[in-house]
Design a protein around this ligand. Structure first.
Ligand SMILES: [Zn+2]
Length: 100
């Protein structure tokens, strides 16, 4: 499944998929599900959130500066605290979005 449109709306990322459905993911959830090596220990394979009190994040960690499409298979968010190493494959993004 691929997104045909991704927009930030308020504090959520709105994803329109090619089948016409839409997903909304809060930026906080998106950041907490960041799959990069530095963050992935906090999230299980289903994308479920495990809060880790040892890793406090500043509020800027949940502000999206921009995001880029990568290689036609993922998006790469750039966060206001400078973190940008997380690549969200479309499949993973969908799992995060649907894992409410
Ligand atoms: Zn990360």
């Amino acid at each position: 499944m691929r997104p045909v449109d991704i927009q930030q709306i308020g504090n959520e990322l709105a994803v329109k998929w090619e089948d016409g459905t839409e997903s909304f993911v809060s930026l906080e959830k998106l950041r907490r599900c960041c799959p990069c090596a530095g963050c992935q220990g906090e999230v299980d394979i289903m994308g479920h959130l495990h809060k880790n009190p040892d890793r406090p994040l500043a509020s800027s960690a949940f502000e999206l500066t921009s995001f880029a499409m990568v290689g036609g298979y993922a998006i790469q968010p750039v966060w206001a605290d400078g973190h940008s190493s997380g690549l969200f494959s479309f499949d993973y993004l969908r799992r995060v979005a649907d894992g409410n």
